[in-house]
Design a protein around this ligand. Structure first.
Ligand code: URA
Length: 206
């Protein structure tokens, strides 16, 4: 259980304990494929949690969430929207990289529902410790795990909705912007993403 030093915030210890326990998680088979558990990071008192699907190649190697191409886009979009990454907590619903080989590359593979469910206790622990005002779900996998299977990002993005984890907000995954078929679509989708994040920044400023 939490190691509490005198004067320390017990919840800080809890987050560290969760991270240590998740590092040796065997709740599903994905630990065999990933290099390491990629736990969330950010301040314990963050008022927003941003949650993605699962770590990618760079995240798997570095052990940190959203540090690859999608993370760099996210950082810039957040800055434009007035959200400071150092003040939010960033994590994923699945904490191991699921991939299949394609030549020398490791290709992202979508997690199964059973793998998402096996990993959710860690997210529950993160939310329960941080108690954010809002959970920003990046992409359909995160939104469906947090808000519900019926959630459709295309239809319901940009709205604050109740969820079993507290107030949630769904938007697209930054990778979907990187995958846009042409520059013009990418520009439009990126601007919409910044607008969504701006709604979150406004909510936190209220
Ligand atoms: N995509 C995610 O969903 N999470 C990451 O950490 C990186 C890419």
């Amino acid at each position: 259980m939490a190691r509490v030093r005198s004067g320390a915030d017990p919840a800080d210890a809890t987050l560290e304990d969760l991270r240590e326990a998740a590092a040796v998680c065997r709740n599903c088979e994905l630990w065999k494929r990933g290099t390491q558990t990629v736990f969330g990071e950010g301040p314990r008192r963050a008022r927003a949690i941003l949650v993605g699907e699962q770590p990618g190649d760079e995240e798997d190697l570095s052990g940190r969430p959203f540090v690859g191409p999608a993370g760099r886009l996210l950082d810039k979009a957040m800055a434009e929207a007035g959200l400071d990454r150092s003040r939010v907590y960033v994590t994923n619903v699945v904490k191991h990289f699921k991939w299949k080989p394609q030549g020398k590359r490791r290709l992202h593979e979508k997690p199964r529902l059973s793998e998402i469910n096996a990993c959710l206790p860690w997210f529950e622990g993160e939310v329960g410790t941080i108690t954010p005002d809002v959970i920003v779900c990046l992409g359909a996998t995160a939104a469906q795990a947090v808000i519900g299977r019926q959630f459709r990002v295309t239809r319901e993005r940009g709205q604050f909705v109740p969820s079993r984890f507290g107030t949630a907000f769904g938007t697209v995954h930054p990778s979907s912007i990187l995958r846009a078929p042409d520059d013009e679509t990418r520009r439009i989708e990126r601007a919409r993403f910044v607008e969504d994040l701006r709604l979150v920044a406004q909510r936190l400023a209220d």
